[in-house]
Design a protein around this ligand. Structure first.
Ligand code: SAM
Ligand code: SF4
Length: 325
């Protein structure tokens, strides 16, 4: 289905929960309750129903995210339920990997195809400081478990935050020399309660690239489909790739093909704008599949052209963990 700007929208990022076992400095404030009451979140059956309806209007790629999607109860059954929906071609997940050692294999068995894993530094102390709870070795074991389970290609996400981990991107980039992993460096994006800190913490992609090339040599650009927000590059002799996601300094809204279903049943039309369509209230009030389909189609049509960061328009109603990144 096309939006009003002619973009083909077929990729749905589904937040399974707004809760998390980390509290990363660039995602959540140190204190405060950012969790909706549990009855306000979609049940398993509601979630599957909405994805089934979304599939009938052309959504064929699903990414599970959160909060931390692996702490959602019944995750394996949910993935299996989505895999059985006609029209769904791919299910992937973005995770902090803490629980992957236990569940990568069962998830792969029921239809999960790939994972993106967040890892912001290879220094255990800085990792703990950035995530406020995380143990690096646990995440590392999760990455290896995902690889063993065949959830490939493994993509690693690193949000680069001034004063926290900009020194670490060279070590992370070096991983691609020995592993077939796709390493992606992300500019920190501003949202909600910590937008000021996030704006002050942006490390521009141009600087990230310079740091990597100064230490490890030239990055060769590879072919690119224009939709993946990170154009891939390779270091000479590298097995994996390196990409940069530059939402702040070089927006890629023209190639956007995605929408988000938040854990509380709101269809979010653009990550960095507050426009949302409430699906939960009509669903619980007895709306038919056709009614819900029409609401989704309206949301796709009304998808904004792009974010307004250049004009200092900051989405205020949610933080990243409440949307799904
Ligand atoms: N908990 C999972 C994880 O961390 O991978 C999934 C949810 S998380 C919100 C999804 C992605 O958003 C992660 O790659 C995370 O690093 C990224 N993210 C979180 N806050 C961000 C921010 N302010 N700017 C850019 N990326 C952010
Ligand atoms: Fe949790 Fe992911 Fe946000 Fe970190 S980035 S606090 S792991 S939701």
């Amino acid at each position: 289905m096309k939006d009003s700007f002619g973009r083909e929208i077929h990729y749905l990022r589904v937040s399974l929960t707004d809760r998390c076992n980390f509290r990363c400095v660039y995602c959540m404030p140190a204190k405060g309750n950012f969790y909706a009451p549990l009855p306000h979140l979609l049940t398993d059956a509601e979630l599957i129903r909405l994805i089934r309806i979304a599939a009938t209007i052309g959504f064929d790629r699903i990414r599970l995210t959160g909060g931390e999607p692996t702490i959602r109860p019944n995750l394996v059954n949910i993935v299996q339920g989505i895999a059985e929906i006609p029209g769904i071609k791919e299910i992937a997940m973005t995770t902090n990997a803490v629980k992957l050692e236990q569940i990568a294999e069962p998830l792969a068995r029921v239809g999960l195809k790939r994972v993106n894993i967040s890892i912001d530094t290879l220094d255990a102390e800085r990792f703990h400081k950035m995530t406020r709870f995380g143990q690096l070795d646990q995440v590392w074991r999760g990455i290896l478990a995902a690889e063993r389970a065949g959830l490939k290609p493994i993509k690693l996400n690193s949000v680069v935050v001034r004063g926290h981990n900009e020194e670490d991107i060279v070590d992370l980039a070096r991983l691609t020399l020995e592993h077939e992993w796709d390493m992606r460096f992300i500019e920190v994006m501003p949202l909600g309660a910590i937008a000021d800190f996030q704006m002050e913490s942006v490390v521009p992609v141009a600087e990230m690239r310079l740091r990597i090339e100064s230490a490890l040599g030239k990055l060769e650009p590879l072919d690119w489909d224009g939709h993946n927000p990170a154009r891939p590059h390779r270091l000479r002799g590298g097995l994996g790739t390196i990409g940069f996601i530059s939402s702040v300094t070089e927006p890629f809204c023209a190639g956007c093909d995605r929408m988000r279903l938040n854990a509380d049943g709101r269809l979010r039309l653009c990550l960095l704008r507050d426009n949302e369509v409430d699906l939960l209230a009509p669903l619980r009030a007895g709306a038919s599949d056709d009614d819900l389909r029409e609401l989704m189609q309206g949301g796709v049509w009304n998808k904004p052209w792009g974010h307004g960061l250049a004009e200092h328009v900051i989405a205020e109603t949610r933080i990243m963990s409440q949307i799904g990144g």
